[in-house]
Design a protein. Structure first.
Length: 264
């Protein structure tokens, strides 16, 4: 039988989790969501993550305690260390998140950037499956995340949400939360996205844009307004892509040769 894994997607607004079948890229239980504590300090977030993990451990078919938990985090993750924290507390900076969350949960943990997790899931099981060349997955949420996939391989930590567009850090004007904060009607928001996506298209000439994040459920409100040479489609796994991708990352790392964290 396939080994299942718990996948957790830590976001600036919510922390979501589920039990994932990594061979089919589907949720077997969940999603369960709790609000991200504010301020989102390491200790407060670890408590909330533990709460989500606990909600699955007694379910029939829950993963073995020795199975790693796959986590997606909204910042740069280099060799298990947090290198940026735009939408969570600065206390995360330079934290060895694998050790920190692993100690708190008493379980092995593998961590990947949240947009990279969504990108892994979408390119393998979602809107990007079978597509060669460059796919860019752009997540519109509290911030803007990006995953750069070339011929099915992830190039991690691209951070295209922080490109400068019209003198602004793009995510401060074009994320889903920025739309709400500025009270932008869809037609105006579409104009902001047009600027952003045209710029990214010019820089990378991708084969496909996939738009993820909670707002992808309302893609009809803004995607048809965009005029780009590149096809642009909503994430097929919708808001579960981060959870599924986090579990895929945990699974892949578990199956592979010793990781950097194991040999260091
Ligand atoms: C962070 C990225 C993250 C994105 C979406 C940005 O502010 O810098 O690492 O992927 O938000 O959460």
């Amino acid at each position: 039988m396939t080994e299942t894994l718990i996948g957790i997607d830590i976001g600036g607004t919510g922390i979501k989790g589920g039990i994932v079948d990594p061979d089919q890229g589907i949720l077997l239980a969940g999603p369960v969501q709790v609000p991200t504590p504010q301020p989102a300090t390491p200790t407060a977030v670890a408590e909330a993550v533990a709460q989500v993990v606990d909600s699955f451990t007694h379910l029939p078919g829950a993963p073995d305690r020795h199975a790693p938990i796959g986590m997606a985090f909204p910042g740069i993750i280099r060799h298990g260390v947090v290198r940026s924290a735009a939408n969570v507390d600065d206390g995360w900076l330079e934290t060895d998140i694998i050790t920190f969350l692993g100690d708190r949960l008493g379980r092995r943990v593998e961590v990947i950037n949240d947009a990279d997790a969504a990108g892994l899931a979408e390119s393998r099981y979602g809107a990007g499956a079978g597509i060669t060349g460059t796919i860019l997955v752009i997540t519109l949420g509290t911030g803007i995340g990006s995953a750069f996939i070339f011929d099915g391989q992830l190039v991690p930590n691209t951070e295209l949400g922080h490109l400068e567009v019209d003198g602004c850090d793009a995510e401060t004007i074009a994320s889903a939360v920025a739309r709400e904060r500025h009270g932008l009607p869809w037609v105006e928001y579409s104009g902001v996205l047009q600027r952003y996506f045209s710029h990214v298209e010019f820089l990378f000439s991708p084969e496909l844009f996939i738009v993820g994040g909670g707002i992808s459920q309302r893609a009809d409100e803004f995607l048809p307004q965009l005029s780009l040479r590149t096809p642009v489609v909503p994430a097929r796994l919708l808001n579960d892509a981060g959870i599924i991708g986090a579990a895929l990352h945990g699974h892949r790392t578990h199956l592979s040769a010793p990781t950097w964290t194991e040999v260091r």
